[in-house]
Design a binder for this molecule. Structure first.
Ligand code: PLP
Length: 393
């Protein structure tokens, strides 16, 4: 087997260097652990950037994919498949009873939502209000929706029609609405933006503004959806229902897929000829998606997300009491942000050396999206490492 060094030299020669990578090649994953090419084991508190919320290679999903891959990998959307129909039903029954469009990633799900908003809205209404600090993906529509100028530099002109307002500021949203506004689009909890958890009142305020002004409410649940908060979807965590919801990351336990769900009255506006995805809803992804939903319910993983979140919250709040370096702790189920008073990159490096993988976003927010199946003793051990490293600093 190739060493990390050999694998890195392949990348140096042949892979476009558009990512900043750590000098480690990973070769295997199981539950909360991954191993590198040298056999070193890591506890993964950021598995697959949140995609592997049920741990690496969960057996029911691996089994379902293995079975499906030998029977039918892909057929296009000019035909019906039971797998896609069942997958849509399972998602619809667990959310607001809408219909699904399937694609392959979060950004694609948001592109579908942007198109659906434009297709459904009365002529002349095309503007979408989004939020500063938001992250909606990297394709041109989604990056235009993303209210972070640092991601726009050099890509202009962006797709017109997005108005960014401060997160949590209902008055600013109200003032941004005009005759051309069609929708408000928001992550119920900003993920990449630093695990920013709004109040229920704010999200309800957006719902009311949409109802009063005839706008659509779009929730980007690519990071918060499919159990992350301890509910199937974050809109249920807050008790505020959107008209359109986008999903990806955890939806298939790490197999690439995305989905958009839309209320039944709205969904048909995405009419034939106006949108498509060649691989969208393919039998392989559908098998993984179905197996994921059944596993979550059979193994009570929503409860596990709540339990793991409670443990993190307890320990981190305790830490914040004795460690001045911690400015704020934000936890919603298995979605965890620890805002530091100093840049946090050193923590990622130091924890990695000690066999723990974490993330830092927005410069100073330690972000953890652990697998909900991580044993609590392992959570405690890993939190000891984080505490020691913070204390040293
Ligand atoms: C990761 C993410 C996306 C983009 O998903 P991709 O699958 O990388 O295209 C969009 N929205 C949110 C909230 C995300 O966290």
């Amino acid at each position: 087997m190739a060493s990390s060094e050999e694998i890195i030299s392949l990348f140096d020669q042949y892979v476009i260097p558009n990512y900043t990578r750590y000098p480690v090649a990973l070769v295997r994953g199981e539950g909360p652990f991954v191993w590198d090419a040298e056999g070193k084991r890591y506890v993964d508190f950021f598995p697959g950037w949140g995609c592997n919320m049920f741990g690496h290679c969960p057996k029911p999903v691996v089994d379902a994919v293995r079975e499906q891959v030998g029977r039918l990998i892909h057929i296009p959307n000019t035909w019906y498949t039971e797998e896609q129909g069942t997958w849509a039903r399972l998602l619809s029954e667990r959310s607001f009873g809408g219909q699904a469009f399937f694609c392959n990633s979060g950004t694609e799900a948001n592109e579908a939502a942007i198109k659906l908003v434009r297709l459904h809205s009365p002529k002349g209404r095309y503007k979408i209000i989004t939020f500063l600090g938001a992250f909606h993906g990297r394709t041109m529509g989604s990056i235009s929706a993303t209210g972070q100028p640092k991601y726009h530099h050099g890509l202009e002109p962006l797709l017109p029609g997005f108005t960014y307002v401060p997160h949590g500021d209902l008055e600013a949203v109200k003032n941004a609405i005009d005759d051309e506004t069609a929708a408000i689009m928001i992550e119920p909890i900003q993920g990449e933006g630093g695990v920013r958890i709004p109040t229920r009142e704010f999200l309800q305020g957006l719902r009311d503004l949409c109802d009063d002004n005839g706008l659509l409410l779009v929730f980007d649940e690519v990071q918060t959806g499919c159990g992350r908060t301890g509910e199937w979807f974050a809109y249920q965590y807050f008790g505020v229902e959107p008209d359109i919801m986008t999903l990806a990351k955890t939806i298939c336990s790490g197999v690439a897929a995305g989905a958009m769900l839309a209320r039944k009255e709205i969904a048909p506006s995405l009419r034939p000829g106006m949108h498509a995805a060649t691989f969208g809803g393919n039998p392989l992804a559908a098998a993984a998606g179905i197996a994921t939903i059944r596993m979550v319910e059979n193994e009570h993983l929503l409860d596990k997300a709540k339990a793991i979140g409670a443990r993190f919250k307890e320990r981190l709040t305790e830490m914040a009491g004795t460690l001045d370096i911690i400015q704020d702790v934000r936890v919603a189920g298995a979605m965890i942000g620890v805002q530091l008073r100093v840049p946090g990159a050193f923590m990622v490096e130091n924890c990695m050396k000690r066999g723990l993988l974490i993330n830092c976003t927005q410069g100073n927010v330690i972000r953890l999206l652990p697998a909900v199946t991580t044993p609590l003793e392992l959570v405690d051990e890993a939190l000891d490492i984080i505490e020691e490293e913070l204390r040293k600093a």
